[in-house]
Design a protein around this ligand. Structure first.
Ligand code: NSS
Ligand code: MG
Length: 429
């Protein structure tokens, strides 16, 4: 039975057998130091020429970067070692001497690394990011599952759009037209009328022609939807969820955060309540900061970054103009030219991580929106039925996983937040 490096502390003084890959090695003539990784961690194996057979010594000489092997040895505690332990190697079984590894331990250009993403993910930094991503997913589901939400899976193949028709991926569904989902929201609204509080978690697709550090073509979204929850209740759930996730990462990913060099001070300030400013107040703030900005425009990355600089934690921007938001958003009854919705803007320039709103629950108004947005009525009949058979006030939001990972990890680009990013001009590997 192989021992995993993550469990090595339980085996001090004992002989163990590990399976793994050679991450790196160095030699001082009579001693060889093998940096071994097995996916659960790293450990240094030490070979002393005088203490192993010539065959084992020769095998160690043959090993190249990323060669796969079994190694046997005795576990020794050593505070000088990064993991706190070392392995006094007694035997090596080579599985494969790897070809010359393309990602040598030096700087490489982004496109080269992206072309070798299937290998790049083996590096300590990329492993750490993927572990933090997994912990974020775990924390999100932990919060939602313990707060009355049920996971419901929406379809990926859909007959219509949710977020406008300019970013749809079209495909044929036998002899019908279909589109890859932009958002599971509309289906979550149906599920919320059945189960009260629901959420979806899956890939969503936007044929965005934007090549920015925050846009992916395929990204993962968590979409909670809640019956009998209004705009303010929606934001309260969002700030509790995000704060829970950040605290979970701080509690469970310290080693990974150190590996990627993340300054955690900004994350320690992420506690509810988050500040709320209206779109109007945000426009005024931008004008005071010297931006040319017309009421009715949408905020771009520079605007969101400037707005966020006034706060030490994520900030809700609420009451956007109805004209620039999606058809389903409920207008403010006291001021119909703005909606009961909010974007959650992360600090440190990471921009919008959540989009959400209260939904239109009045059938007449929804009919009017179908016409204003020129939506094909028959494709949305099921969605209108939700307003005919027991409509209720309800709200929901979409949290973009990759943007959340980029913010929490402090990364420059979303391409490092997902195992195999799909971006403009990138479908490989
Ligand atoms: N259930 C809902 O209410 C969600 C709603 N239908 C929706 O899709 N809103 S959103 O378009 O703002 O997207 C939500 C979030 O999804 C993320 N998002 C949105 N588009 C992208 C792209 N292209 N790349 C990466 N991440 C993206 C970003 O964090 C947004 O705040
Ligand atoms: Mg949005």
């Amino acid at each position: 039975m192989l021992t995993m490096i993550r469990d090595i502390a339980a085996h001090v003084g004992k002989e163990v057998k590990l399976g793994g890959w050679l991450y790196n090695k160095r030699s001082s003539g009579k001693i060889q130091f093998l940096q071994i990784r097995d996916g659960s961690g790293f450990i240094q194996g030490v070979l002393v020429k005088s203490q192993v057979s010539p065959e084992v010594w020769e095998k160690a000489n043959q090993l190249t970067q990323e060669s796969s092997l079994y190694v046997r040895g005795t576990v020794r505690q050593d505070d000088r070692a990064p993991s706190g332990y070392e392995l006094d190697v007694t035997d090596i079984e080579i599985i494969q001497v790897a070809d010359e590894y393309p990602i040598a331990l030096k700087e490489h250009g982004v496109e080269f690394l992206m072309d070798h993403r299937h290998l790049w993910i083996r590096s300590p930094r990329q492993q750490a990011i993927l572990r933090i991503r997994a912990e974020i997913i775990h924390a999100i589901q932990d919060y939602l599952n313990h707060n009355g939400f049920t996971l419901v899976d929406p379809p990926v193949l859909t007959p219509s759009s949710c977020e406008g028709t300019t970013t749809l991926f079209h495909t044929k569904y036998f002899d019908e037209d279909a589109y890859l989902t932009q958002s599971g929201q509309l289906y979550m609204e149906a599920a919320a009328m059945a189960l009260g509080r629901v959420y979806s978690f899956g890939p969503t697709f936007r044929a965005e022609k934007s090549k920015t550090r925050r846009h992916l073509i395929e990204f993962w979204m968590i979409e909670p939807e809640m019956a009998f929850v209004d705009h303010e209740g929606n934001m309260k759930i969002q700030e509790e969820l995000v704060s829970h996730v950040v605290q979970h990462v701080l509690n469970h990913c310290r080693r990974e955060l150190e590996t990627i060099g993340r300054d955690i001070a900004p994350l320690e300030k992420v506690k509810p309540p988050f500040p709320r400013i209206t779109y109007d107040e945000a426009v005024e703030l931008l004008k005071k900061e010297g931006f040319e900005f017309e009421w009715g425009e949408d905020f771009g990355a520079p605007h969101e970054t400037k707005i966020a600089e006034s706060f030490d934690r994520p900030v809700f921007i609420t009451h956007y103009p109805t004209e620039i938001k999606a058809f389903y958003m409920k207008p403010d009854p006291n001021r119909p030219e703005v909606v009961l919705g909010a974007d959650l803007i992360a600090p440190e320039g990471y921009g919008e991580i959540i989009g959400g709103s209260q939904r239109i629950d009045d059938p007449q108004l929804l009919e009017q929106r179908f016409q204003e947005h020129n939506l094909p009525r028959e494709a949305y009949q099921w969605y209108m039925d939700l307003r005919k058979y027991g409509t209720v006030p309800h709200s929901g939001f979409g949290l973009g996983l990759e943007r959340t990972v980029a913010w929490i990890c402090g990364l420059d680009h979303v391409r490092e937040t997902i195992p195999f990013p799909r971006m403009l001009n990138r479908l490989y590997p």
